[in-house]
Design a protein around this ligand. Structure first.
Ligand code: FE
Length: 182
């Protein structure tokens, strides 16, 4: 009986040790994720919300306001040629606003080098300023991203971004207006 008891105790101890080790390892990995974003990116979470009212203007009004390239990208869903825009290699600290209506869209802290030739971010600045729509043009299905206030076309979001979100917001420079931090 004693032998059986010892064996049961040994089994229980082994089980407790296993559970403790598993818990410790999973806790450590959770802590690791919250402290370091991986790939050298800082963990920046989107701020809850930014108050704004929708802007609606006619195509003619936008055409008068925007230059030719901005009108083509923002209002006609065009794409600028890679490595030609103002911000793909901009490393200054600040905020990227919508070039159409100045709604804050992205924080420079979340900008990363994607090698694509377009400014790339892993998360928007606010939860509610970047809208998404299904885009099935050019024979593929992508997720278009737009300014939530003026519906200006910004670019697309893909699932091959860096940690912590794994997202890559691929944005046209001409859709953005950079505001350097003071
Ligand atoms: Fe806008």
């Amino acid at each position: 009986m004693k032998i059986i008891g010892k064996e049961i105790n040994k089994t229980s101890l082994g089980l407790i040790k296993f559970i403790l080790i598993t818990l410790t390892v999973s806790m450590m990995s959770c802590m690791g994720i919250s402290q370091s974003a991986g790939d050298g990116m800082p963990l920046v979470e989107a701020q809850p919300s930014f108050e704004f009212e929708k802007i609606e203007k006619s195509s003619d009004a936008w055409q008068k306001e925007l230059d030719e390239q901005a009108f083509y990208v923002l209002r006609k869903k065009g794409t600028e040629r890679p490595f030609t825009g103002t911000y793909w290699d901009n490393k200054k600290e600040g905020a990227y606003l919508c070039a159409g209506c100045e709604l804050p869209l992205f924080d420079s802290k979340t900008k990363f080098k994607s090698g694509t030739g377009w400014p790339s971010f892993y998360i928007p600045m606010y939860d509610n300023t970047v809208a998404e729509e299904r885009d099935a043009t050019l024979g593929m299905v992508r997720t278009e991203v737009l300014c939530a206030r003026c519906d200006g076309h910004l670019g697309h979001v893909f699932n091959d971004g860096p940690k912590p979100t794994g997202l890559r917001y691929c944005i046209n420079s001409v859709s953005l207006k950079f505001k350097e931090m003071d």
